[in-house]
Ligand binder design. Structure first.
Ligand SMILES: CC(=O)N[C@H]1[C@@H](OP(=O)(O)OP(=O)(O)OC[C@H]2O[C@@H](n3ccc(=O)[nH]c3=O)[C@H](O)[C@@H]2O)O[C@H](CO)[C@@H](O)[C@@H]1O[C@H](C)C(=O)N[C@@H](C)C(=O)N[C@@H](CCC(=O)O)C(=O)O
Ligand SMILES: Nc1ncnc2c1ncn2[C@@H]1O[C@H](COP(=O)(O)OP(=O)(O)OP(=O)(O)O)[C@@H](O)[C@H]1O
Length: 452
């Protein structure tokens, strides 16, 4: 559906109503209205939440903010300019946070649907003048969201070896999330999330838009509700530094498929959660210092999860996955194979993927896109272009890989485009940890000492 400026939906409105939570059933309900359509999203949290925590002003605040963030799935059907939340008071900083979710969090959605929304959205909600709420008392415990792929499992290893106990957390766990948590062996905290089926149906109909939503922002707000209810003082994400690189420029801004995994968003949500809890709830990514290549090298230290993990997103569709753990066809499978290859024994890598993805000519175009030799960076959860190019460079000099079909096929263009010196420097950079992170200093020092 194409849209011209004169057709912008100025008379349409998206309304976010007051959400509710019943501690007896663990059910949270989030009602929305898009013009004359009504939707409800439902979360089911584990029962047994303290009623005191559920009745606190801080929980009401986080429930309201969660309603705003979860709203993106319904808003995107028409993407109107006006958003209202008549019963959810917001501070100035919270407004900026919500607008960021609806602008940059939906950046890929706008770019792919050719919708210009940056700087045009209005959010009408009552004012909350109290920017910083009173301090809550939360026990010193860690909630660790698990995605079923290599990243959060590297965090499992880092926390385990630095003596930090944690509870694995997941929203709608399935496939590799369930099997990885079983291998971790620590009782998890799981939340069931049911999107309104009418929204899913309309997303496939003419007259409605569809596209990507910022899933990490959504999962993080749900984790924050659980932190308050079940008593956790920190939520530890596993977002790599490579996630901050965008895909394309659109409507005057860089759009990023992984926006809500970026450092910029981490700072915004961390501030929002801290202000809502008087500083009691911390949020940071343990893997922010690392490139994807460095994370891959850290993953090789243990083979505990080899048979159960997968980074392939086909596993995480709402309806599940009836194919193999690694499809071997998508850009994410290709990227993960590429970054493991320099660091992992070849037979182990082939066992994990079930085949050699660098020997299949059909994959060449996809690998070229990952390394920036053609097209654009794929709309997928993949690392930086230069990082992929640097990994390819390493493989051109690697006894096990230099003769692989795709490595030999792209070598001339790789060298011509980047030059050897730039590729060598890029690899060195990938393996150098960044100090641009927000891990509490004592933990950062312990992790740095372990992750040599
Ligand atoms: C699993 C997956 O990657 N799904 C993306 C895919 O959706 P698809 O239609 O193939 O399957 P479903 O996920 O089952 O979605 C069905 C419809 O429901 C809509 N929907 C889904 C979840 C939601 O929270 N809200 C929704 O409205 C969805 O739009 C479908 O119409 O393609 C979609 C369009 O590009 C993507 O939006 C789906 O991505 C999921 C929301 C998802 O969870 N993806 C994560 C694996 C992901 O991409 N993570 C990124 C981080 C993104 C971020 O900013 O945090 C990453 O790991 O880098
Ligand atoms: N279903 C989920 N429930 C809760 N948190 C999730 C879920 N899926 C992903 N996450 C969180 O978001 C982070 C980013 O997801 P992502 O898919 O990039 O990571 P991963 O699965 O750990 O590793 P990989 O990048 O190899 O897939 C995860 O590390 C995890 O912290």
């Amino acid at each position: 559906m194409e849209e011209t400026a004169s057709e912008l939906p100025v008379t349409e409105t998206f309304r976010i109503d007051r959400p509710s939570f019943d501690p007896a059933t663990g059910e949270a309900r989030f009602p929305y209205r898009l013009n004359d359509l009504a939707f409800t999203e439902v979360l089911t949290l584990p029962r047994g939440a303290g009623t005191a925590a559920a009745g606190s002003p801080a929980f009401a605040k986080l429930l309201g903010l969660t309603a705003l963030v979860l709203g993106v799935s319904y808003f995107k059907l028409r993407a109107p300019l006006d958003i209202t939340a008549p019963d959810i008071p917001l501070t100035a900083a919270e407004r900026a946070f919500v607008i960021d979710v609806y602008e940059n969090g939906l950046g890929e959605f706008y770019a792919r649907n050719e919708l210009t929304r940056f700087g045009k959205l209005t959010l009408t909600a009552p004012d909350d003048a109290e920017e910083r709420k009173p301090a809550l008392d939360l026990p010193d415990r860690t909630l660790l969201p698990i995605g079923g792929g290599k990243d959060s499992l590297v965090s499992v290893d880092l926390l385990t070896h630095t003596g930090v106990d944690f509870t694995p957390f997941a929203v709608n766990p399935k496939g590799p999330i369930l099997s990885s948590v079983e291998a971790i062996g620590t009782p998890p905290l799981y939340v069931t999330r049911v999107l309104d089926p009418e929204m899913i149906r309309l997303g496939k109909e003419a007259g409605y838009y569809n596209g990507h939503v910022p899933s990490t922002a959504i999962n993080s707000m749900i984790a924050a509700l659980c932190a308050l209810l079940y008593g956790y003082s920190q939520i530890v994400l596993s977002n790599e530094r490579s996630a901050s690189e965008g895909n394309v420029m659109f409507d005057g801004r860089e759009t990023n498929h992984q926006y809500s995994k970026s450092l910029g968003f981490e700072l915004l949500i961390a501030d929002t959660l801290a202000n809502a809890t008087g500083g009691a709830l911390k949020y940071f990514s343990l893997l922010r210092p690392y490139s994807e290549a460095r994370i891959a090298s850290l993953f090789t230290h243990s083979d505990k999860f080899d048979a159960v993990f997968s980074s392939c997103n086909r596993n995480f569709r709402l309806t599940g996955n009836d194919g193999p753990l690694w499809c071997g066809e998508c850009p994410k499978c290709h990227f993960v194979f590429l970054i493991f290859a320099p660091f992992m024994a070849k037979d182990r890598l082939l066992r994990i993927f079930g085949k050699n993805l660098l020997d299949e000519p059909a994959n060449e175009q996809s690998f070229r896109e990952l390394a920036g030799l053609t097209g654009q960076k794929p709309w997928e959860c993949v690392g930086e272009i230069l990082e992929a190019a640097a990994c390819f460079y390493t493989l051109t000099r690697h006894a096990d890989w230099h003769e692989a079909r795709i490595v030999s096929a792209i070598k001339p263009d790789l060298f011509a485009q980047y030059g050897e010196e730039k590729l060598q420097l890029a690899m060195a950079e990938c393996l150098t940890d960044s100090r641009d992170h927000h891990i509490p200093p004592a933990l950062a020092a312990k992790v740095a000492a372990y992750a040599v």
